[in-house]
Each structure stands twice: as structure tokens, then as C-alpha cells.
Design a protein around this ligand. Structure first.
Ligand code: MTE
Ligand code: MO
Length: 235
């Protein structure tokens, strides 16, 4: 089956200007003139690897911001809620404060999009799924989770075994700061062993189900086997 790369127009990668503003912050945009940007867009690009290290350290992160809707959800710490329901004994609603109060985990991991770009050494902080799910008491029949994004109609699904991997988390910080709006504020899935499309941003609801459901990209032809190196999207 032929799979289109998911930068196609309806995947709406952010415009260069937004992206630069988001990513570079205070850096002079002069330094990052348009032609150079192309080379920097993949962290694995050989061009980047050959740069002197002083330059490499200020190379923009390599992230591409993906959305499926026209606007990104806006996070209000006062009214935001995370719902955990479905096959659980105790459906839960967490405030942002309550999420941050759960046991905190940190990690450094690489991030891979199935279309071929990667970002190395991303620092994440968040909560591990056993700590997040325990208070809701998943029922024995619960074998999977559906992550519902506040960005409609994005959603994706993972099995309980997958989210219990040691470096999977619901992340609320990236590189030492609260998760930014483009990266999914206030909380996104991080599962480094799997391609980016399993890393749902703007998570507002987690539904425990008996088996995984098709996610946004899977419904459009991508493998539900999203292990890095296995999925069909890139090859
Ligand atoms: N809500 C939502 N989550 C999403 C996506 C999206 O379009 N919407 N894209 C996915 C894909 S394909 C990738 S590669 C990553 C990209 O993460 P970033 O936008 O923070 O760079 O987000 C994933 N999570
Ligand atoms: Mo992706």
C-alpha cells in the first residue's frame, strides 16, 4: 500500500515563521536564513553532523510542529482537566495541579517521526503511567488506553504493556520548561520506542478499553505497529 508522508497539506505543519518564532526564541533569525534551515530540519542530517561543535550547539532543535486542526488548543491552568475513565473502578478527573503533584519522573530520550526526522536527547519530565493510572483502578479487562486530544479529531491508542515501558510517560515538561502550546500543553504522551504519531499532544482524556482502537494516522493507513524501525510510513 502506498502511504503518503504526513506532512501533506491536511497535516498542517506550522508555517516557517511561526515555527522559527517558537523554536528559536531570542536567536537572531538572520543567522538562520532560509536556505540553511533545510539542512537543519533533520537532526540526523550529515550536514549537521559535519558542523563545528560551536555551531552545532545552537542548531535549532529539529522539531516540526504537527497539528490536524486549524488552531491549537489553548491551555488554561485554572479550568483544564484530565479525565481518566472507561474500564476503571474509579473514573477520575485531575486538575493541572493534581497532575503535577503525582510522582515526577525525568528522562532524556530521542524522538522519531515516521516521516524521517528525529530529535536527539530531549529532556522530559512527567508522570509514569502506573502512577497516573493506579488511582483510577483499571479493571482486569482493561488492556489498552485511548488518548483523546483536545485537538479534534486527533487520538491514538496504546496497550497497557506499551505504556508501562520504563521510558513511557505523560509529559508536562520539555527541556526544562512547562510543555509549550505547540508541543501539546499541558500534557502529551511520550513513548520514545514508537514513532511520533503515538505521542499524542494536548491529551485531555484517557479511556481504558479492552483493546487498542485505531488512531488518527492508523485510520489513514499507518501501521498500528509503530515501533521505531517497523512502521510502514517511511520505508
Ligand atoms: N494532537 C496531536 N498530536 C500529535 C500530532 C498531531 O497532529 N496532533 N502529530 C503527531 C506526530 S505525527 C508527531 S511526529 C509528533 C510531533 O510532535 P511535535 O509537534 O511536538 O513536534 O506529534 C504527534 N502528536
Ligand atoms: Mo510524525
Amino acid at each position: 500500500m502506498h502511504i503518503e508522508p504526513h506532512e501533506r497539506p491536511d497535516a498542517r505543519p506550522y508555517g516557517r515563521r511561526t515555527f522559527l518564532a517558537v523554536t528559536l526564541g531570542g536567536l537572531s533569525s538572520l543567522v538562520w536564513a532560509k536556505p540553511a534551515w533545510r539542512y537543519f530540519s533533520s537532526a540526523l542530517s550529515p550536514v549537521v553532523a559535519e558542523l563545528p561543535s560551536a555551531v552545532r550547539n545552537v542548531v535549532p532543535s529539529g522539531w516540526r510542529i504537527y497539528t490536524v486542526a486549524a488552531t491549537m488548543p489553548r491551555f488554561d491552568p485554572g479550568t483544564w482537566r484530565l479525565r481518566i475513565d472507561g474500564l476503571v473502578e474509579r473514573p477520575l478527573t485531575l486538575t493541572y495541579e493534581e497532575l503535577l503533584a503525582l510522582p515526577r519522573a525525568e528522562q532524556v530520550s530521542d524522538f522519531h517521526c515516521v516521516t524521517g526526522w528525529s530529535v536527539k536527547n530531549v529532556h522530559w519530565a512527567g508522570v509514569r503511567f502506573p502512577d497516573l493510572l493506579e488511582p483510577a483502578k483499571p479493571k482486569p479487562l482493561a488492556h489498552a488506553l485511548a488518548f483523546v486530544s483536545a485537538e479534534k479529531p486527533y487520538l491514538d491508542s496504546l496497550t497497557l504493556d506499551q505504556v508501562f515501558l520504563a521510558d513511557a510517560m505523560l509529559a508536562y515538561e520539555m527541556d526544562g520548561r512547562a510543555l509549550s502550546r505547540p508541543h501539546g500543553a499541558p500534557a502529551r504522551v511520550v513513548i520514545p520506542e514508537m514513532y511520533g504519531y503515538k505521542n499524542t499532544k494536548w491529551v485531555e482524556r484517557i479511556i481504558l478499553t479492552n483493546e487498542p482502537i485505531d488512531g488518527y494516522w492508523e485510520a489513514r493507513g499507518y501501521d498500528s505497529d509503530a515501533w521505531v524501525g517497523h512502521s510502514n510510513g517511511l520505508a
